[in-house]
Design a binder for this molecule. Structure first.
Ligand code: ZN
Length: 65
């Protein structure tokens, strides 16, 4: 299993959060419950294997639900 690897990635993600921007509104992203949540528009981007998928079409909470 790659649990340690993923844990390391998650730690890196926490360090990245101040540098990543939402592709929809360019506001800041925060890691919340395993997803990258935009502080501006509220979109939640999935994190797959420790890698944030910053694709607007893949985001949740943008009105699709
Ligand atoms: Zn946004």
């Amino acid at each position: 299993m790659q649990a340690d690897f993923r844990k390391e990635n998650l730690r890196s993600l926490l360090e990245w959060t101040g540098q990543l921007a939402c592709p929809a509104c360019l506001d800041a992203l925060r890691l919340k419950e395993g997803r990258m949540v935009c502080t501006g528009c509220g979109r939640a981007y999935p994190v797959v294997d420790g890698i944030p998928v910053l694709i607007v079409e893949r985001a949740e909470g943008s009105g699709a639900l």
